[in-house]
Design a protein around this ligand. Structure first.
Ligand SMILES: [Zn+2]
Length: 242
C-alpha cells in the first residue's frame, strides 16, 4: 500500500532533485554528472574483510551521490532508481564485463533487514538492481536479478558499528532461499548493493552463496561485486595499486 501511494504521490506532488533539492526534476544535470560522470573503479575497504569479492563502485559516497542514495532509501524517492541503476550497471560492466559464453549475469542484491523493508516500504538495493539489469540488457549484456539471499536471523543496525563489530554482527546472518541454488546455476553471479562501507555485508553475502547446497555441493564462488557508491577512502587504493 505504501508503495503505490508513493508512486501516485510522485505524480501529483512537486518533485525536487534528490541530490541538491532543486525543484522540478528528480535528478538535475549536475547531480546526475556526479553520479554517472565518473569512470567506475575498483574499491577496497581497509581493513578488507576475508572473502570479499572484487568490488567496483560508480562514485564516491559524498555530496549529491550520498543525498540521492539516502533520498531513495529513506524517503522512498523511487524515481531515482533509474539513475542509481544506471550507475550500478556501469560498475557491473567495469568488473564483470560482458559474458562471452552467452550466460546471463545474475545480479544478486544484498537483502535489507526485514524490519527496514517494512519500515521503508521498499527494498532499495533490490529496486536499484532491477533498474541496473534493465540497463545492462538495453546495452546488450544479458542480465537479470536473482534475489535469492535472505536474512537468517535479525541483525543489529550497522550504523555506529566499527569494521570488526560489523563482521561479527553479520557472520552467518545470510542464507540462500529454498530453490535459490538452482537459480544461481543459470548464470554468473555478481553481488550488488547500493553502498560499500566496511565490505562486511558483501563478504557475508559471498560466503552464503558459496555455502549454498552444503559442503558437498557448494554453491558458485562469487568473484565480482558492484555498488553504486563507496566511501571515498575505499577509492584511495587506486593510487598505489592496480
Ligand atoms: Zn541536483
Amino acid at each position: 500500500m505504501r508503495e503505490w501511494w508513493r508512486e501516485i504521490a510522485g505524480l501529483v506532488l512537486p518533485v525536487a532533485c534528490g541530490g541538491c533539492g532543486r525543484p522540478r526534476t528528480e535528478l538535475c544535470a549536475e547531480c546526475g554528472a556526479q553520479l554517472l560522470g565518473g569512470v567506475p573503479r575498483r574499491v577496497r575497504p581497509d581493513p578488507e574483510p576475508p572473502g570479499l569479492p572484487v568490488v567496483h563502485a560508480a562514485a564516491g559516497y559524498e555530496n549529491a551521490v550520498r543525498a540521492a542514495l539516502l533520498a531513495h532509501k529513506e524517503r522512498g524517492v523511487l524515481g531515482l532508481a533509474g539513475g542509481l541503476g544506471r550507475a550500478l550497471a556501469g560498475a557491473v560492466r567495469a568488473g564483470a564485463g560482458r559474458p562471452s559464453d552467452g550466460r546471463p549475469l545474475l545480479l544478486v542484491p544484498v537483502p535489507s533487514a526485514r524490519r527496514s523493508v517494512a519500515a521503508r516500504g521498499h527494498d532499495p538495493a533490490r529496486r536499484i538492481a532491477l533498474a541496473a539489469a534493465a540497463d545492462l540488457r538495453r546495452t546488450g549484456t544479458p542480465a537479470r536479478v536473482a534475489a535469492v539471499l535472505r536474512q537468517r536471523r535479525p541483525v543489529a543496525d550497522q550504523s555506529g558499528l566499527g569494521a570488526r563489530e560489523r563482521q561479527a554482527n553479520l557472520a552467518g546472518a545470510l542464507t540462500v532461499a529454498a530453490g535459490g541454488r538452482r537459480l544461481l546455476g543459470a548464470g554468473r553471479v555478481v553481488l550488488v548493493d547500493d553502498l560499500l562501507t566496511t565490505g562486511a555485508s558483501l563478504a557475508e553475502a559471498a560466503r552464503a552463496i558459496g555455502a549454498a547446497g552444503g559442503r558437498e555441493h557448494a554453491g558458485p564462488a562469487v568473484r565480482h561485486a558492484a555498488v553504486v557508491a563507496a566511501s571515498p577512502s575505499a577509492f584511495e587504493i587506486n593510487r598505489n595499486w592496480k
